[in-house]
Design a protein around this ligand. Sequence first.
Ligand code: ADP
Ligand code: MG
Length: 234
Amino acid sequence: MDRSEVLELSEVSKTFMGGGEPVSVLKELTWTVRRGDTIAIVGPSGIGKSTLLHVLGALDRPDRGRLLFGGRNLFDLDDAGLARIRNRHMGFVFQFHHLLPEFTALENVMMPARIAGMGIREARERAKALLDRVGLSHRLGHRVPQLSGGEQQRAALARALVMEPPFLFADEPTGNLDIENSHNVHDLLLEIHAERGCALVVVTHNMDLARMMQRQVTLMHGRIAEVCPSSLHI
Ligand code: ADP
Ligand code: MG
């Protein structure tokens, strides 16, 4: 397999120094995610799911350890270098959409492509096609506050996909949506995985979504532990 199709955390540790006791969230954690994988990260609030996803997606740096991608340790890069890798290889969807409110849906989706240096026409075409794909072709010119919660989240998904990243990460992407909109976003995530063969790593409390993934994992003593799907409760 191409080395740029594998992300590998190696002996990663991260401790937060809060007000009280230090909290060791990740402890010499080693884990590999491959293009094509679908993985649910489940478990109680505060266990470290977001921290794990952020370190895996090079959004956050650990105290120690490496993130191997394309034959190098990404944490050796400076912040600008990391941002470049994220822009080209990783898509993120969060619980809150993080779209820029003063821009339209189309402009928001174009933005990662423009940052990557893509010409305005190509960026616009790609963004339009993606907004169409997520069912928002009638909302291109709407500014973010004019979109419903479900529409905002679908626009955020389109933005995450505009650079065609091999790795797609979602942190409680439907934590803020009603059941119907949640199903819609779940279906889209799975369809997009099937169409593109990207990796899909989702932090979720939604056990229906978790069960649709090939693997379910949690954190135990700061390391990855597999979860038996039949033990997932709604
Ligand atoms: P989860 O996503 O599973 O709810 P998080 O990864 O957000 O968990 O947090 C794991 C633990 O680390 C929690 O105890 C949380 O309070 C702590 N934590 C997370 N981020 C910070 C931070 N920036 N500063 C201090 N503590 C943090
Ligand atoms: Mg979290």
